[in-house]
Design a protein around this ligand. Structure first.
Ligand SMILES: [Zn+2]
Length: 75
C-alpha cells in the first residue's frame, strides 16, 4: 500500500511524463507540417504575370498557368 506522499509524487511524475509526451508529439507534428511551407519561394512569371509559390529546391519552377520556367523573386 502506498502512503500519501509516495502516491502524490507518482501522480505528479506520471502527469509530467504525460504532458512532456504530448508536447513532444505536437512539436514533431507541427515541425513536419510546416517544414514544407517554410522552404518555399515566391516566383513571378514573366510571361503571364502570375505570382505563385513552389519549393525552393525546384528552381527554376514552372508557372502553374502557362508552364513558363521562372526564377524565384529575390529581395
Ligand atoms: Zn505564367
Amino acid at each position: 500500500m502506498l502512503d500519501l506522499t509516495t502516491g502524490a509524487v507518482l501522480w505528479c511524475a506520471l502527469t509530467g511524463l504525460l504532458f512532456t509526451g504530448l508536447w513532444l508529439w505536437y512539436d514533431r507534428r507541427d515541425h513536419a507540417r510546416l517544414a514544407a511551407l517554410r522552404h518555399r519561394a515566391t516566383f513571378h512569371c514573366i510571361r503571364c504575370g502570375n505570382l505563385y509559390a513552389a519549393p525552393r529546391a525546384e528552381e527554376p519552377a514552372p508557372c502553374p498557368k502557362c508552364g513558363h520556367e521562372n526564377t524565384r523573386l529575390k529581395f
